[in-house]
Design a protein around this ligand. Structure first.
Ligand code: GTP
Ligand code: MG
Length: 437
């Protein structure tokens, strides 16, 4: 903003309060005020706060993701190579504090682990989408807090997604197309042809054309370097035409001429990573880090996060306007939602109560039925017992009768026996007497 000093009367330099509906009046300043230092203040504040940048590397196992990150940032980040036996796709995230001159950068590198290693690759994109959404959700939750500390918040939203394409020279795999399609509304995708030293120059040109046409025909939106800022419009425009970048990664330094350079050495020659005739590594570094890092951060916030936030808030029932196109206040929405929630809660409570009463009734009936059955059983048993008792008593009685009859018969028999023995005795005496006579 430029202030014109010493032009116009004192009256002209009054700042007028803008009334609603009125245009803003430009007034010249009579002298230096100082707000032209605002951009410097902003820069100083940003530098002291530090910056954060989050890169997501999506690509099959062993495609050179870690090597490229090491080459891009001229350092060695830790990272174990993945095996090809992962049951599913995972994401590995590491955060590093980097310092260049007086600028601090909190860099997060997220890499896919096991991508493309499963026989069924249908759901390979899901963990990546879920990860990106989880970072948006965390930011949204922080934003919605009453006591939010966004300036100190570690923003983990993904600013750039480097999509590693295998250097097949044919076309994109369906896994690549499906994954990029699922990600394109959530993240800035920069497709790159990995290990491009494995592909000849003429094949590479054809491969790039093929990839671009496949992306267009499948409606995959990749990140375009912005051309609205005059200072970078030309270079960004040129670089857009070079996408996808064909890159080579290497942390090995070789002496070429009298200079040490990052290169890969083969029996037939050497590939220089930073030689633009050999690959697009320099273009990628230039575009990703040196020219468009801020735009990537900006786009993430204003486009991708905004879309996530809008969908999420709409899902939660928030709207900017009500059905009559009148502005909808947050309070009204909250109250409407609260009432709706309380109504639902009451309905649920009533349902639960009714269910409880019904269950109690059912249980009561069941218990009554069991009690009745128990009584019946008891009665049956009691009757059985009485019958049994009666039978035994009858049996006892008949046995007693039999015993009595037996006793009587015995007594009679004994009597008879004694009578007969008496009678027998008198006859013997009579016969003895007769013999004597
Ligand atoms: N030819 C060639 N080989 C490369 C290139 N970049 C990396 N490599 C080699 O490829 C192998 C795997 O590289 P990494 O960087 O570990 O690959 P990655 O994608 O991180 O592997 P995971 O993390 O295990 O999925 C290593 O032997 C690298 O030296 C490249 O541009 N060209
Ligand atoms: Mg790796």
């Amino acid at each position: 903003m430029e202030a014109e000093a010493n032009s116009g009367s004192l009256e002209d330099s009054w700042a007028f309060i803008q009334r609603p509906g009125e245009g803003c009046r430009t007034v010249p300043l009579a002298g230096h005020v100082g707000f032209d230092s605002l951009p410097d203040q902003l820069v100083n504040k940003s530098v002291s706060q530090g910056f954060c940048f989050n890169i997501l590397c999506v690509g099959e196992t062993g495609l050179g993701k870690s090597t490229l990150m090491d080459t891009l940032f001229n350092t060695k980040f830790e990272g174990e190579p993945a095996t090809h036996t992962q049951p599913g796709v995972q994401l590995r995230s590491n955060t590093y504090d980097l310092q260049e001159s007086n600028v601090g950068l909190k860099l997060t590198i997220v890499s896919t682990v096991g991508f493309g290693d499963q026989i069924n690759k249908e759901d390979s994109y899901k963990p990546i989408v879920e990860f990106i959404d989880a970072q948006f959700e965390a930011y949204l939750q922080e934003e919605l807090k009453i006591r939010r500390v966004l300036h100190a918040y570690h923003d983990s939203r993904i600013h750039a997604c480097l999509y590693f394409i295998a250097p097949t020279g044919h076309s994109l795999k369906s896994l690549d197309l499906v994954t990029m399609k699922k990600l394109d509304s959530k993240v800035n995708i920069i497709p790159i042809i990995a290990k491009s030293d494995a592909i000849s120059k003429s094949e590479l040109t054809k491969f790039k054309i093929k990839i671009t046409s496949e992306l267009v025909s499948n409606g995959v939106q990749i990140y375009q370097f912005p051309t609205d800022d005059e200072s970078v419009a030309e270079i960004n425009g040129t670089m857009n035409a070079h996408l996808p970048f064909a890159v080579i990664g290497s942390t090995e330094e070789l002496k070429i001429g009298n200079k040490m350079m990052k290169a890969r050495q083969y029996p037939w020659g050497t590939v220089q990573v930073e030689n633009e005739a050999h690959c697009d590594f320099v273009k990628l570094r230039e575009m990703l880090i040196r020219v468009n890092m801020e735009d990537l951060r900006e786009q993430t916030h204003s486009r991708h996060y905004e879309l996530y936030r809008r969908c999420k808030l709409e899902e939660m029932g928030f709207q900017d306007t009500d059905p009559d196109s009148k502005p909808f206040s947050l309070q009204e929405t909250y109250e409407a939602k609260r009432n709706e929630f309380l109504g639902e809660l009451q309905k649920k409570e009533e349902e639960m109560r009714q269910m409880f009463v019904q269950r109690v009734k059912e249980k009561e009936a069941e218990l009554k039925e069991a009690e009745k059955e128990l009584h019946e059983k008891f009665d049956r048993l009691k009757k059985l017992h009485q019958d049994e008792k009666k039978k035994l008593e009858d049996k006892k009685k008949s046995l007693d009768d039999e015993v009595n009859a037996f006793k009587q018969r015995k007594t009679a028999a004994e009597l008879l026996q004694s009578q007969s023995s008496q009678a027998g005795g008198s006859q013997t005496l009579k016969r003895d007497k007769e013999k004597k006579n």
